[in-house]
Design a protein around this ligand. Structure first.
Ligand SMILES: Cc1cc2nc3c(=O)[nH]c(=O)nc-3n(C[C@H](O)[C@H](O)[C@H](O)COP(=O)(O)O)c2cc1C
Length: 286
């Protein structure tokens, strides 16, 4: 994949599923990372074509549990992010889905104890023998947390030391920040997580759309791609907590929602929900 001058949606657990990746791409993201998925989980999956949705699903064998869903629309820009501590297992997991994604990324940045104690995420940084090369460099040290300011100057040092493309990230909240971090660090490409979670239209050079509009578009895409209700609720909660408050009626109703039908009702998208269901039945019966 070409990493020159690209705007990249960062990996985000429970957020970066198919509807959110397509949302970011609609507004201008060139490359979209999926949420981190652990290799142990992936090797238990089988590939299934979902004719109802037109998606390719990786489903835990013997269950209907969709671990990763993708579709041909994103084939050339989706990056699958894997959590792993073992090269052979990572390879087995990668072989299951490599034909359906543009690239596979190994998470070497996550500082959370779940990852580190399993020898994954940032723990890999202490095992250079296990690592070949990586082109995505995060902007914080392992002990840093999101509230700590990103260290753009340190990325510049990394860029200067390497010949491979570097993707810089950290504290991008407006479209203009993409250019600022690029100039400051000399990186090839720029990646955003929270700025996109709160308003995915950050990728648009025309400026951000009102977050209410972006939220509605996300709801529609969640319905269209039959997203996991927990993921949709989590993502909507994050948006609401940033711009408003979960204690208000919208937040309270969201917390009570148990299905995409409930979410559709909450956002006045019942007709769209109905339309999608009817078309799926029609497609499925042909
Ligand atoms: C909700 C959320 C989930 C995240 N999940 C992942 C993940 O699955 N894998 C990963 O490498 N980083 C993950 N991150 C870290 C981000 O990809 C990114 O490196 C970090 O948030 C800094 O970028 P930002 O300042 O644009 O938010 C996550 C961050 C957030 C906010």
């Amino acid at each position: 994949m070409d990493y020159e001058n690209k705007l990249v949606l960062a990996p985000m657990v429970r957020v970066g599923t198919l509807p959110f990746r397509l949302l970011a791409a609609q507004y201008g993201a060139d490359i979209t990372y999926g949420e981190e998925i652990i290799d142990h989980k992936m090797i238990k999956c089988e590939r299934r074509l979902n004719e109802h949705l037109g998606s390719t699903d990786f489903v835990e064998k013997g269950t209907n549990n969709v671990v990763f869903r993708t579709c041909s629309l994103e084939r050339k820009r989706v990056v699958f992010q894997m959590g792993t501590s073992n090269a052979a297992r990572a390879l087995s997991a990668a072989q299951i889905l490599c034909q359906d994604v543009a690239a596979i990324d190994i998470n070497m940045g996550c500082p959370k104890s779940f990852s580190i104690s399993g020898g994954m995420g940032a723990a890999l940084l202490n095992k250079p023998d296990l690592i070949h090369d990586s082109c995505s460099i995060t902007c914080r040290r392992v002990a840093d947390r999101p509230r700590d300011p990103a260290k753009w100057s340190e990325i510049a040092d990394v860029v200067a030391a390497l010949t491979i493309p570097v993707i810089a990230n950290g504290d991008i909240f407006e479209f203009d920040d993409f250019q600022r971090i690029k100039v400051h660090t000399g990186a090839s490409s720029m990646m955003v997580a929270r700025g996109a979670l709160w308003n995915a239209s950050i990728f648009s050079p025309e400026g951000k759309l009102p977050w209410e509009d972006v939220k509605r578009e996300y709801v529609r895409k969640s319905i269209l791609w039959d997203n996991d209700i927990k993921g949709t609720k989590h993502t909507l909660k994050e948006m609401i907590m940033h711009y408003s408050c979960l204690e208000l009626p919208e937040g309270k109703a969201l917390i009570k929602s148990e299905s995409l039908a409930d979410i559709a009702k909450l956002y006045g998208e019942e007709n769209y929900y109905q339309f999608v269901q009817e078309n799926r039945l029609f497609n499925g019966s042909r």
